[in-house]
Design a protein around this ligand. Structure first.
Ligand code: IMP
Ligand code: MG
Length: 189
């Protein structure tokens, strides 16, 4: 059971609010440098990337457009099943755009692999991945690699700064490891 105080459910803080700002600033600098003169369209994958998107776009100092996509993956709350479904598609045709997918975390790789497949088929000028976190120990799709990574994280379930467990904890300003007892007993595959 989750307690009424979100803080009680956190085992350990991995990245403070200040560290998150530093990470996003660094990523913004890299993207600003690499996309100079390009037709940049940031594609935020809802809902997990909503915080990084809002912060990252303000650290990008060149013209950029934004769009949003929502996908759902069926499976338990702490694991992706690999079956991905589009809940909300992009508003526009992406042909001719330099697409940068902005995701919260690269875990098994199934979600991003699916997104890369469907978006590449729409003829963008280029397509790359920016992920706030990478959990390489859990990778199942071996050929998926992020071009911009905020931080590598261990094989633990993390929440905060957009990342959820059961749709909660997204509003924590820092990132922490969720106590196992919060999700123990939840339905798993
Ligand atoms: P993948 O398809 O297994 O790579 O899963 C990616 C999605 O799983 C992310 O967009 C998150 O929504 C979710 N996810 C994976 N690991 C975590 C975690 O540690 N905390 C919160 N969400 C996670
Ligand atoms: Mg999620």
């Amino acid at each position: 059971m989750a307690s009424t105080s979100m803080l009680d459910d956190i085992k350990e803080v991995l990245f403070t609010k200040e560290q998150m700002s530093e990470t996003v600033k660094r990523m913004g600098e890299e993207i600003t440098r690499d996309y100079e003169g390009k037709n940049l369209l940031l594609v935020s994958i809802l809902k997990g990337s909503v915080i990084i998107m809002a912060d990252l776009m303000r650290e990008i100092k060149i013209p950029a457009e934004i769009d949003f996509m929502a996908v759902s993956s069926y499976g338990s709350d702490v694991k992706t099943s690999g079956t991905v479904k589009i809940l909300k598609d992009l508003d526009r045709d992406i042909a001719g755009y330099d697409i940068l997918i902005v995701e919260d975390i690269l875990d098994s790789g199934k979600t991003l692999s699916y997104l890369m497949d469907i978006l590449s088929a729409r003829n963008p000028s280029s397509i790359k991945i920016c992920t706030l976190f990478d959990k390489p120990d859990r990778r199942e799709v071996k050929d998926i690699k992020a071009d911009y990574v905020g931080n590598i994280v261990p094989d633990e379930f993390i929440v905060g700064y957009g990342l959820d467990y059961n749709q909660k904890y997204r509003n924590l300003p820092f990132v922490g490891i969720l106590k196992k007892k919060v999700y123990e007993g939840s339905v798993s595959e």
